[in-house]
Design a protein around this ligand. Structure first.
Ligand code: BV8
Length: 241
């Protein structure tokens, strides 16, 4: 392997599971307790904003609990970013802040961030660490009743798709970590790069798209991600550069 392959990493809820945050589709996951149609669509927010705000207020309070901290997988990715000589981009589907708290900087939240709110009246976004009520006023336009979580719901366009597409177009190595590969367009990234970039899946168990990957490692993220990052830094992982 030469010295400067470009890497794109995609993470999903599985990387935060060992930090104490539920995933979506595991047996104890979020969608086992609540229907996404009732809390994670614009129609749900229009129908019952108080219910949607309460759903995200509970998740926001959870990630602000001091017990919830970055785990060895988050830390290994931040270390890899710092030490990698080539281009590196971390794209996360997660709305928690564990990658930032682990030290990741070249990071894009394609499905938004739980610790930010967006005004549906003026479009401004702001940091949000308190519960959002239906009447909470926007800091910019000061109009009450317009704030929503700054997250991407089903049926809404994911964020940063242009820079993500550009990074995918030039990457030599694509690594998917802790994602079931069931939500698009993120689930389509591996098909977009395979054949041109080397594709690796690091997951607790084979995802829906496992057959699309050149290499797969299964096990808890806190074990397989640090091990993979170490091999990468030691020059032991081939890429398609
Ligand atoms: C859009 C934020 C279009 C909110 C989320 C084809 C093409 C394009 C779109 C579609 C399409 N087909 C269908 C669609 C529509 C839809 C979709 O994909 N539906 C699915 C259900 C079929 N997609 C959309 O609506 C997207 N928008 O397409 O817009 C458009 C175009 C033009 C103009 C306007 C619009 C938007 C999707 C984003 C929705 N928001 N989250 C919130 O968090 O509440 S999605 C949510 O689920 C997550 O963000 C994540 O992206 C997604 C998948 O979850 P995962 O992260 O993968 O988690 P999951 O539980 O599924 O899996 C966890 C994995 O971890 C498992 O494999 C497990 O084994 C593993 N694991 C568990 N423990 C561990 C572990 N691994 C390692 N270690 C462990 N310890």
């Amino acid at each position: 392997m030469t010295t400067r392959p470009a890497i794109v990493v995609l993470t999903g809820a599985g990387i935060s599971r060992e930090s104490g945050l539920a995933t979506f589709r595991d047996a104890d996951g979020i969608w086992a307790r609540v229907r996404l149609e009732d809390v994670a669509t614009p129609e749900a927010f229009a129908r019952d904003p108080a219910r949607v705000q309460a759903f995200y207020n509970a998740r926001r309070a959870q990630i602000m609990d001091p017990q919830v901290a970055p785990n060895a997988a988050h830390l290994a990715l931040a270390d890899l970013e710092r030490r990698w000589p080539g281009d590196f981009l971390l794209v996360t589907q997660n709305i928690d802040d564990l990658h930032e708290r682990a030290g990741s900087r070249r990071l894009l939240h394609m499905h938004g961030e739980l610790l930010r709110a967006r005004c549906t009246i003026c479009g401004a976004t702001q940091r949000c660490i308190a519960p959002l009520e239906v009447t909470t006023a926007c800091a910019d336009c000061c109009r009450a009743g317009g704030l929503r979580p700054d997250v991407v719901w089903f049926g809404e366009m994911p964020l940063h798709m242009e820079p993500i597409g550009a990074a995918l177009a030039r990457c030599d190595l694509f690594v998917a970590i802790g994602t079931s590969g069931s939500v698009y367009p993120a689930a389509g990234f591996v098909a977009e790069v395979r054949g041109r970039a080397r594709t690796v899946e690091l997951n607790l168990e084979p995802s829906d798209g496992a057959a699309l990957f050149d290499e797969t490692h299964h096990g808890p993220a806190t074990q397989i991600v640090p091990a993979f990052a170490a091999r990468l830094l030691a020059g032991l992982v081939p890429s398609n550069e």
